[in-house]
Design a protein around this ligand. Sequence first.
Ligand SMILES: *[C@@H]1O[C@H](CO)[C@@H](O)[C@H](O)[C@H]1NC(C)=O
Ligand SMILES: *[C@@H]1O[C@H](CO)[C@@H](O)[C@H](O)[C@H]1NC(C)=O
Ligand SMILES: *[C@@H]1O[C@H](CO)[C@@H](O)[C@H](O)[C@H]1NC(C)=O
Ligand SMILES: *[C@@H]1O[C@H](CO)[C@@H](O)[C@H](O)[C@H]1NC(C)=O
Ligand SMILES: *[C@@H]1O[C@H](CO)[C@@H](O)[C@H](O)[C@H]1NC(C)=O
Ligand SMILES: *[C@@H]1O[C@H](CO)[C@@H](O)[C@H](O)[C@H]1NC(C)=O
Ligand SMILES: *[C@@H]1O[C@H](CO)[C@@H](O)[C@H](O)[C@H]1NC(C)=O
Ligand SMILES: *[C@@H]1O[C@H](CO)[C@@H](O)[C@H](O)[C@H]1NC(C)=O
Ligand SMILES: *[C@@H]1O[C@H](CO)[C@@H](O)[C@H](O)[C@H]1NC(C)=O
Ligand SMILES: *[C@@H]1O[C@H](CO)[C@@H](O)[C@H](O)[C@H]1NC(C)=O
Ligand SMILES: *[C@@H]1O[C@H](CO)[C@@H](O)[C@H](O)[C@H]1NC(C)=O
Ligand SMILES: *[C@@H]1O[C@H](CO)[C@@H](O)[C@H](O)[C@H]1NC(C)=O
Length: 786
Amino acid sequence: MWLLFAASFSLAIAADSSDVLQYVNPLIGTDNGGNVFAGATLPYGMAKAVADVSGQNTGGFSPDGSNITGFSHMHDSGTGGNPSMGQFPLFPQYCPDDVIDNCQFPKYNRAVNPVLDSVVAKPGYFSLSLENGMQAEMTVTQHTALYNFVFPQNATSNGTALSPVMLLDLTDIYDTRQNATIIVDPSTGRIQGNGTFLPSFGSDSYVLHFCADFAGAQVIDNGVWVNNRAGTEPKQLFVTRGFNNFYLQSGGWVRFQRPSNGTITARVGVSWISADRACSNAENELPNPLTAFNATRTRAENAWRKQLSPISLQTAGVNQSYVENFYSAIYRTMISPQDYTGENPLWSSSEPYFDSFYCLWDEFRVQLPFLNIVDPSQVSRMIRSLLDTYQHEGWLPDCRMSLCKGWTQGGSNADVVLVDSYLKNITGVDWNLAKEAIVNDAENEPIDWKDEGRGGLQSWKRLNYIPYLDYDYLGFGTNSRSISRTLEYSYNDFCLSTLAGGLGSADEHTKYLARASNWRNLFKADQTSSINGTDTGFVGFFQPKFLNQTWGYQDPIACSPLTDFCSLTTNPSETFESSVWEYQFFVPHDMAGNIQLLGGPDKFISRLDYYFSSGLADISNEPVFLSVYAYHYAGRPALSTKRAHSYVPAYFNATTTGLPGNDDSGAAAAFTIFTMMGLFPNAGQNVYLISAPFFEAVSVTSPATNRTATIRSTNFDPTYENVYIQNATLNGKPYSKNWIGHEFFTEGMTLELTLGSNESTWGTSDADLPPSLSTSTGSMMYKMMF
Ligand SMILES: *[C@@H]1O[C@H](CO)[C@@H](O)[C@H](O)[C@H]1NC(C)=O
Ligand SMILES: *[C@@H]1O[C@H](CO)[C@@H](O)[C@H](O)[C@H]1NC(C)=O
Ligand SMILES: *[C@@H]1O[C@H](CO)[C@@H](O)[C@H](O)[C@H]1NC(C)=O
Ligand SMILES: *[C@@H]1O[C@H](CO)[C@@H](O)[C@H](O)[C@H]1NC(C)=O
Ligand SMILES: *[C@@H]1O[C@H](CO)[C@@H](O)[C@H](O)[C@H]1NC(C)=O
Ligand SMILES: *[C@@H]1O[C@H](CO)[C@@H](O)[C@H](O)[C@H]1NC(C)=O
Ligand SMILES: *[C@@H]1O[C@H](CO)[C@@H](O)[C@H](O)[C@H]1NC(C)=O
Ligand SMILES: *[C@@H]1O[C@H](CO)[C@@H](O)[C@H](O)[C@H]1NC(C)=O
Ligand SMILES: *[C@@H]1O[C@H](CO)[C@@H](O)[C@H](O)[C@H]1NC(C)=O
Ligand SMILES: *[C@@H]1O[C@H](CO)[C@@H](O)[C@H](O)[C@H]1NC(C)=O
Ligand SMILES: *[C@@H]1O[C@H](CO)[C@@H](O)[C@H](O)[C@H]1NC(C)=O
Ligand SMILES: *[C@@H]1O[C@H](CO)[C@@H](O)[C@H](O)[C@H]1NC(C)=O
């Protein structure tokens, strides 16, 4: 009854009643450093087609006003590091006087500005016009990009009618090509080949293969080009790096008779295995490219509708931009990781293979926890892929892209990913194998821990912290980040102890639970912090500690937004991409213990408030996420809500510039989603912190159980004055805890919140707080897990 009544005055959004795709705007976060991929892709798809710009091109396209250098078929989304992939771009041209040599071949010579207001970006579809009158639209299947290039009708020079020319460039966005081979078929114009490229945030190199076919017009002639010159002979070319690593621009071209409707259709298959495989991928997925476009687009749209279908909203007067912000963010969590199953040349296995975990340091906190709720069967395949990677490469990845090992960042956070999925009942995974892989991280130091595992394990085991300037002869890595590695390894070991306990291994449970308190060893109780010579008044901070157990020093504000950003590659410090101030709040498993160390709830809260209001908090990067909700642990859930509303939508909104930093594969997206849903996960634990949703009701149907969970507000206020929970019921019974477990989703519970304009006593008493290792409530809750 209530639902029917509510539906009569509020907009109900569900996949079956209105099209959710209208709320997805792939251009959100494509400017201002969000680096979001704006083009056409399937959920977790390998082919990702878009126009590449010369400006902010990390994800390919940005409406930043820079010119279009080509249309390429594979990308990453939201990443930092260097621009990723973007191989073998196509580019449509007319050559003046119809002389092929008159065309512009090199990337920045041929570039043309886009007509920005012509850009259409939708799930599974991207199109734009160029200032020279060319138009391009594109859609994809799993391994194939399909393009229609429309050449303007009136092209003549000196009275000669011009013929459409397509060129293909043996490059990627960042010009990392080492060598490449191209073969052009004289009769069909098929261009196929391969190239060796460098990963954007990792080691070694990778080979990618392609197969481009054209349809819609007769082929006149074709050939290859090198620098500014082209010819019809030869039909094959091998290029490599020349003297001084010189980069030779080169590729292939095909000239066509004028098609009646001006459209040349291009179908480009890609493969990690071989060019022949790239061709067969394309032939199997799109046997009739000339007539396939609309149906292919529709299939991609339907795939996205299905992905978005578990979540529906009652929006009750909320501005539509909030709905767009929400659904677009959900869409962005499923662009990567990328499913390369059947395409892995590195080892043979019947397990799934996912890539573009870019990087787990970003994804473990909220993105993968979100997918545990709405797409558990795909997460199961991702976890199996991580474990298969462990079995064949010897290590769980920390970061992985383009079949290469990415660089390790904070800890060994695949550990958290596995345990989060374990606690959320992801099925089909060999959890004993998962434990083995995590124990490997915890016990064995790799020779090169820049790529995997942990460094400093001898000290970790002997001293119970990662020393500043460690003496480590077992392995090699960037000998920095001793504070953040201590904090993250502590949490990684906590997660391991959880899994060990769950699997009945009491000894391992106890052993790693002990290590989970190692974070305490870097707390320097008398450390102060000043800004420009003025003492902030807060005492006690994490500090680096030498091997001989005496303290080193890192200014607590160093690496915060008030100073310089600390990057792994340019200026590593003792905290990774974040300050001591920010890492001070990173004890996810023992927030209560940390609060106690910092002087109790009131002092903790004034420290949190100072951190957020002084500019020390870096809202553009992942370590800040959980700290927004840390107030819950100090018995003040309303302050988390207030803080969350200060960031969404002011820093995370539905505009092209609507992200404060890189989306990081969908990590920033997932921060937005959980914040707007009113449930925020503490990844690696069965805990969601409760806050008021940004909509009157949010319903989530668990694909694992088909049950629907709903979180709904009475006194909902679309202007967000009434955002504070006054009281709550769970399945009709009073509920005062300020957190809830994943059973909420799998069992399909209903959480009803009554909202008001002021903080209340709801969720504030000791018994209402989420579990923490060192509190009695916490350890009781914790014991209940076994
Ligand atoms: C395209 O932009 C790049 C810089 O982003 C510039 O170097 C190049 O000259 C431009 N090319 C054209 C044809 O405008
Ligand atoms: C050709 O057509 C385009 C639009 O289709 C127009 O912008 C351009 O001015 C025309 N060029 C000539 C030479 O007529
Ligand atoms: C057109 O013809 C003129 C005179 O023959 C010549 O200078 C010019 O290069 C030709 N091409 C174009 C594109 O104008
Ligand atoms: C291509 O480049 C890769 C990476 O630099 C190198 O290992 C390989 O030997 C090169 N291949 C050829 C045929 O030169
Ligand atoms: C690239 O293609 C050429 C020509 O087909 C082939 O000889 C070569 O082995 C391929 N390279 C790789 C790394 O597959
Ligand atoms: C262009 O015309 C050809 C037939 O001449 C047709 O097969 C193709 O689908 C058309 N392309 C578009 C985009 O309408
Ligand atoms: C494809 O869809 C577009 C509109 O989205 C329509 O204009 C076009 O006629 C369709 N083409 C075919 C071949 O059905
Ligand atoms: C510190 O002082 C400098 C120079 O006066 C000023 O530019 C900067 O904003 C100050 N920083 C803070 C955090 O107050
Ligand atoms: C401890 O080691 C640090 C770094 O090597 C050194 O500066 C300091 O003097 C040592 N302290 C003692 C007490 O040995
Ligand atoms: C949207 O977010 C961006 C990035 O954080 C921010 O710069 C901008 O001010 C926000 N816009 C609005 C209208 O809040
Ligand atoms: C959920 O419902 C779908 C569609 O009715 C069905 O195919 C699927 O087996 C159900 N799953 C479970 C876990 O009941
Ligand atoms: C996981 O499955 C077990 C056994 O079926 C069940 O008792 C538990 O509630 C489930 N947990 C979650 C989070 O769904």
